[in-house]
Ligand binder design. Sequence first.
Ligand code: NDP
Ligand code: HSE
Length: 427
Amino acid sequence: MVKVGLLGLGTVGSGVYNIIINKRDETSRKLGEEIKIQKILVKNVEKRRKYEIDKSLIAKNFEEIINDPEIQIVVELIGGETPAYDYIKRAIQNHKNIVTANKLVIAKHGKEILKLAQDYNVKIYYEGSVAGGIPVIKTLREALVANTIDRVYGILNGTTNYILTQMSEKNMGFEEALKEAQKLGYAESDPYFDISGLDSAYKISILSHLAYETFIDVDSLYVEGIDKISKEDIGIADELGYVIKLLAIGKRYSNDSLDIRVHPTFVPKTHPLSKISGVYNVVQIHGDAVGDVMLYGQGAGEMPTASAVVADIVEVAKSIKYQIKSDNFIHEVNGQNLMNIDEIENSFYIRLRVNDKPGVFAKIATAFGDNKVSIASVIQKHRLTPVVPIFLLTHPVAERYMKKAVETLKTLEDVIEINNIIRVEGF
Ligand code: NDP
Ligand code: HSE
């Protein structure tokens, strides 16, 4: 019997509890060993739980779990940095194997934690930390190991994809859609992490580490969230043949420079990523041997995430049972440079409000042209007031030129406001 200490019994913890209890026979059959939840740590012992819990399993404190010699796997599902980061390290130092879905801790402290686990000869698995139920970490670590990878990108946050889908398909407001995502258990306990793009940044840095064999300094990444996306942007994108998605992009170029970033993106309606809606996530990987691989599934929620976490528990239990030694995938290739966003070339969509007067378009075109930005198309809507919204698409240009053009635009008297700038992915 493999005994587990469970930290956290919220959305994901409940799902893990549910699967381990209700699929005991099936899991035992597949593993050849029973998995037993020995103790559970929660914050509020009085809270009503989704499933009937054997109260005797509730631990008094964290020490009770790490000091239990029978517990071999600690499953961390508390989330956030504190106390999860400290608990993971202390559990490793007490010779416990770790399973976690905590992308923040793995992205920010992965190098230290994975090395610590290596030193203590324990395993650390974190499949649930990226894209919920999609087995992308296992795919990168195992199934695609023969490949040199140069692209891994996709939609890695269920909450924001759900919000954008509800806004575009059901005409729902941002706040209402966020509330629904929270009710469905998709959002982080502080949804700022979803909305700001940080959650996606943690995930793409984890995938980039696995794909490019280097630890990524997540604080150096360019990260932009969906808080500025309006229904107007979504409507114009639709008219122009695009869908707005929060993309997490990780590319490696032939000179070994890494282009890793997160931002809302105009995705052409002809591209498969545009069709991914609701809580679904997608990861596209390109390897030199395999070509393109696309993984699709629910990126958040109780049961999809629990599916990934329980798979990790079974994997660790197997390695305990058969005494399999495996590394924790701490590979580091030196000489890979993170590119600055200013160097990256994209087309851009710009929404601005200008005075509706003769000659204004000419001034705008000059501001772009003088800064090496070429305009691909312009839309002007209704003439209800002296101030009109206009929407522009540019041809691909390095971001630094676009920034200069925007600075010039801001100096023009007839440009009232620059409302939004969104990158257009060419793929
Ligand atoms: P929840 O907020 O639903 O649950 C957190 C759990 O941790 C609760 O049971 C809470 O206790 C417990 N907890 C919080 N603080 C402490 C503490 N100091 N000591 C002990 N227990 C504590 O989070 P989720 O289940 O949604 O997320 C868990 C992890 O999984 C996070 O890292 C998250 O990023 C990740 N994840 C979540 C997904 C999702 O769809 N929700 C998908 C993929 C990953 P109590 O119940 O008493 O308040
Ligand atoms: N809050 C995250 C999301 C949970 O919405 O994708 C899954 O990691």
